[in-house]
Design a protein around this ligand. Structure first.
Ligand code: ADP
Ligand code: MG
Ligand code: ZN
Length: 605
């Protein structure tokens, strides 16, 4: 660190010392009272105890408030104290070391701070972290088992092998293989990485050292590194055991080139220490290191090299089955009504992580409690889900009748387009109750998790998004801003349709992605292409959207009676669920048949 930084640090310590001292003095000096006030309180039996120091008195009243006062002649009031049964303690007035020390406190603080700091200037001292090093105690009894982690069967298989290797090492070494030392759990936040590590410890019943990546990173250079060494020494003494480093990206990020700043310095030293320690293991020391991160893309490649974290276990977001199992695990903790079908709920929450599911179950229980129910049922889950993903219902928002009508037709437009087109997800719910930012909502829920999308699915998705705006145009012949989000999503799909999925005939199967989101948010470099191609692409996106728009327009014009029927149902009931929507659809089909019959009869007649 440079001289300037040193100077700044000393200044800072001085400041902290002075401020801290003043706060301390203010807090510990009791309020002063007058002598007569004090005597009055004594006579009213309001004083519990006093402490005498010469003529100075610190008294404590019955409410344990203390204050100070001065007594001119103590011998005069002694009989009164005795009469009132007040507890008296005393000390000699001359000894005033405490006061002296207190006044020296800021100076000592600065001196101490400077000493510590200058020690660091001379390079890392191995024993500085010692004080904190005592915290490397293995966790006692962990009562989390693999059963508490649901829906990640592949990862579980891989990791139960680790548990096996700790409890039964011969099984693996007999064939000459070696047990992996480092295991990296990677995956999106909330998928249960930390939970899984705890479960391994619970299953293996060996000492478990758990530490967060950021625990290593301190202001003083070298502390993190020495802490790593301490941790490993301690762990080796207790082998076989597990070291768990959570959020390892805090220290394991890619090391920079030459110009490292202070804090990076510390991080790199810590990382280097970790690498050295991992290499220094003998194969007969069974210390297994498990690390977790949701940013594997920023980790230093040296960490991932064979012999270090060479086994990487990816924990993905749970699929339908996984979500159901996680729901089951968490539903054990609440009172669930008999008629709640967890599979239906699992289907309705695609993309939810384990942590979000845990939150959902809790919210549902709170919803039910708010309504004074005796058990949690599906409607509570439904409410909780909407609250989490869209925000609270805004029941008090006053909406003009005209806007309500527009919203009803807008949502009906989405829903009907989805219903009438093939290869679309079933409509789960349509509502015109405003929530968060949205005035209404049409929710579709896929029957299964989708991993690939067909061309027709994408085109129909754009049409469904256009359905809202189209319905407004057909019925009211004007446009509102309510469709801006739809248009944004539709444009996004259309441009990926052309540039990423290579589904446009005119452009062909070539990837023209400008910026692609990689695993967990990494971006790959852009591919250059000519102005002409860019124009071509823009034109193609525009064509696609316009075609979808006009086809949706035709579809909804032909079926405009369906549109009116559904919008009316929405205006009356505010929310129409999947089954009710089906009834409206059947009604519409029946009406259509009757009309046709009448028309046919008229023709005949
Ligand atoms: P991560 O470390 O991956 O960010 P956590 O392990 O901290 O996620 O998960 C947070 C919480 O979410 C857990 O305490 C647990 O309640 C819940 N959870 C996450 N994944 C699962 C799962 N697969 N099974 C059961 N509960 C889970
Ligand atoms: Mg975690
Ligand atoms: Zn819309």
């Amino acid at each position: 660190m440079s001289q300037i930084q040193t100077g700044l640090l000393v200044l800072l310590l001085t400041f902290i010392g002075v401020v801290g001292y003043n706060v301390y003095i203010n807090e510990t000096t009791p309020i002063e009272r007058s002598y007569s006030e004090f005597i009055e309180l004594v006579e009213q039996n309001k004083i519990k105890s006093i402490h005498l120091k010469g003529g100075e008195v610190t008294a404590e009243d019955v409410l344990s408030h203390s204050f100070s006062t001065y007594i001119p002649d103590v011998t005069l009031v002694m009989p009164l104290f005795k009469e009132k049964n007040i507890e008296i303690t005393a000390e000699s007035a001359t000894e005033n070391w405490g006061g002296f020390m207190r006044s020296m406190l800021p100076v000592l603080l600065i001196l101490g701070g400077y000493l510590i700091f200058s020690r660091n200037q001379q390079g890392p001292k191995a024993d500085f972290g010692k004080g904190k090093g005592k915290s490397f105690h293995p966790k006692k009894k962990i009562d989390i088992s693999f059963d508490d982690v649901a829906g990640i069967s592949e990862a579980r298989l891989e990791l139960s092998e680790v548990v096996d290797s700790l409890t039964n090492p011969e099984k693996f070494s007999v064939l000459g293989g070696y047990i992996p030392k480092g295991i990296l759990l990677q995956g999106p936040p909330g998928t249960g990485k930390t939970l899984l590590a705890k479960a391994i410890a619970g299953e293996a019943s060996v000492p478990f050292y758990s530490i967060g990546g950021s625990d290593f990173v301190e202001m003083f250079v070298g502390v993190g590194a020495s802490r790593v060494r301490e941790l490993f020494t301690e762990a080796k003494k207790n082998a076989p055991c597990i070291i768990f480093i959570d959020e390892i990206d805090a220290i394991g990020g890619k090391r920079s080139g030459g110009n490292a700043s202070g804090s990076n310095d510390e991080r790199e030293q810590t990382l280097n220490a970790l690498l050295v320690e991992m290499d220094g293991f003998d194969s007969d020391e069974t210390v297994i290191i498990i690390a977790a991160t949701n940013r594997p893309d920023i980790l230093d490649p040296a960490l991932l090299r064979p012999g270090r974290f060479d086994r990487q276990v990816t924990i993905a977001l749970p699929d339908v089955k996984g979500r159901r199992k996680i729901l089951e695990v968490h539903a054990r903790k609440i009172v669930l009504s008999h008629c709640t079908d967890l599979s239906v709920i699992a289907r309705a929450i695609p993309g939810f992580s384990g942590a979000e599911i845990a939150n959902l179950v809790n919210e549902a229980a709170l919803m039910a409690a708010r309504k004074n129910k005796t058990a949690v049922d599906s409607s509570d889950f439904e409410d909780a889900k909407d609250k989490i993903s869209l925000g609270l219902e805004r029941k008090n928002l006053v909406i003009k009748e005209k806007d309500r009508r527009i919203t009803a037709y807008h949502e009906a437009g989405h829903a009907i387009t989805a219903k009438l087109l093939p290869e679309t997800d079933p409509v789960h719910k349509i509502t015109i109750i405003p929530r968060g930012q949205a005035l209404g909502l049409t929710q579709q829920v896929p029957l299964d998790d989708r991993y690939t999308y067909s061309r027709d699915y994408l085109i129909n998705r754009i049409k469904i998004l256009m359905g809202g705006r189209v319905a407004e145009e057909i019925v009211f012949d004007h446009q509102t801003t309510g469709a801006s989000n739809d248009i944004l999503s539709a444009t996004d799909i259309a441009s990926r349709f052309v540039c990423e999925f290579g589904m446009s005939e005119a452009i062909g199967p070539i990837a023209y992605s400008q910026e692609q989101e990689g695993f967990l948010g990494s971006t790959s470099a852009s591919k250059a292409y000519s102005e002409k191609t860019a124009e071509h692409i823009d034109q193609e996106i525009k064509n696609l959207i316009e075609r979808c728009y006009s086809e949706t327009f035709d579809l909804l014009t032909v079926n405009n009676k369906f549109l009116h029927k559904l919008a009316e149902a929405l205006l009356v009931n505010e929310t129409v669920d999947g089954e009710e929507f089906e009834i409206v659809h059947q009604c519409y089909l029946n009406d259509k048949k009757t009309e046709e019959n009448i028309r046919n009869k008229q023709k005949e007649g």
